[in-house]
Design a protein. Structure first.
Length: 374
């Protein structure tokens, strides 16, 4: 398949008649230059879905990085120059709805230097952001290390998309169209193939995801889109990175409750008859309460070698107490907010205890889900 560049930001596949373009033939592409490098090798492509939206993602890393490379060795390999270590990213939204006037504009567009001004509104931008951020979360999870700064990779927030955005394009082709690497590079850089400048200071590391884990990116994205607690955990890490211990602790507890609830649901469902009330697991957690669930359920539902230590569970219990103090504005006898009297050390200790217990529940849940598949 070949793409013809009709206008600066409009590409037409040779498998379709331009005058007969319909809604289902249209795709929107964003070319993004983030401040970090995705650890996916030199080039990487993936197709995945988030809810009812379908995406294709193309990543071009112009500088090859080997396992033992760091910034200094990379600079040495390039004659003392600092090369462009940022990833170039093309994300294509395959599920687009444009007004009829915009479709007519595409049908009649002719080659010129002008842009095709389609109504790429907030809705489509939000879908694009959800698609790229789903990949960022999966990437960070599989990397098991940070791309940025001290602890966590950060999502691309709505205002940042305009800082990182290098190009917006419209691509028209029939439903069986598959974008090739040649097509992707043409869309990224245009017919001149000139690479655009970096996206600000490089803030990442150079570690690559091992290939056997990289093969699981689609599965990871699907699982994380099915369980919102992954996002809570990710957001908690971002809060901690930005020294917001209160927000980090609240989100970490929310992530723990989500992972715990999903694990208990699967365990109870496996033990109950097929025609049992599907709400029993939810009723069990609600009636027992999270504080008691935290102390009791590991001993009921986990093998001894897998369950958190009693000391860790007690620290997590304190974190639940701190969460309640914050959320319900609980005061002491002097009328002071109890949460204001907690030290930073107490709150950080609670956060890291919750994170450890969350990771245990998450890992055990993933084993159950993997077992169900086989």
């Amino acid at each position: 398949m070949a793409l013809q560049q009709i206008r600066n930001n409009f590409f037409l596949s040779d498998d379709i008649n331009q005058a007969e373009i319909t809604q289902k033939d249209i795709r929107l592409g964003y070319v993004i230059k983030p401040r970090f490098r995705f650890g996916v090798g030199d080039r990487f492509q993936i197709r995945y879905s988030i809810g009812r939206h379908d995406f294709e993602l193309w990543i071009n890393n112009k500088v090859s990085v080997s396992e033992n490379d760091d910034i200094s060795t990379i600079i040495g390999k390039h004659g003392g120059r600092i090369p462009d270590l940022h990833s170039d990213v093309l994300i294509i939204l395959n599920t687009v709805k444009l007004p009829g006037d915009d479709i007519n504009l595409l049908r009649t567009a002719t080659p010129s230097d002008e842009l095709v001004q389609v109504k790429d509104d907030f809705k489509h931008q939000r879908y694009i952001l959800s698609g790229i951020n789903a990949f960022i979360m999966a990437h960070e999870f599989l990397l098991e290390k940070t791309i940025i700064g001290k602890e966590e990779q950060t999502k691309i927030r709505f205002p940042d998309i305009f800082e990182y955005l290098r190009r917006k394009v419209v691509i028209a082709g029939n439903s069986t169209m598959r974008v090739s690497w040649e097509n992707a590079l043409e869309v990224m850089y245009g017919s001149s193939k000139e690479h655009f400048c970096g996206g600000g200071g490089f803030v990442g590391n150079l570690k690559n995801i091992p290939q056997h884990k990289l093969d699981n990116v689609s599965e990871t994205i699907e699982r994380q889109s099915n369980y919102v607690f992954y996002e809570f955990a990710f957001e908690a890490g971002e809060k901690i990175f930005n020294d917001d211990i209160t927000g980090g602790l609240l989100l970490a507890v929310a992530a723990l409750e989500g992972a715990h609830g999903a694990f208990i649901y699967e365990m109870i469902r496996a033990k109950m008859p097929a025609d049992a009330d599907k709400n029993l697991a939810d009723d069990y957690i609600r009636e027992l309460g999270m504080s008691l669930c935290n102390m009791i359920n590991p001993y009921i539902f986990m093998e001894e070698s897998k369950r958190p230590s009693l000391e860790l569970l007690k620290k997590t219990g304190l974190a639940l107490t701190y969460r309640n103090e914050i959320m319900h504005a609980i005061r002491n006898a002097r009328g002071e907010y109890r949460s204001k009297n907690r030290t930073q050390k107490e709150l950080y200790d609670a956060y890291y205890a919750v994170k450890k217990v969350y990771d245990i529940y998450r890992a055990e849940l993933e084993k159950l889900l993997e077992k169900e598949k086989t």
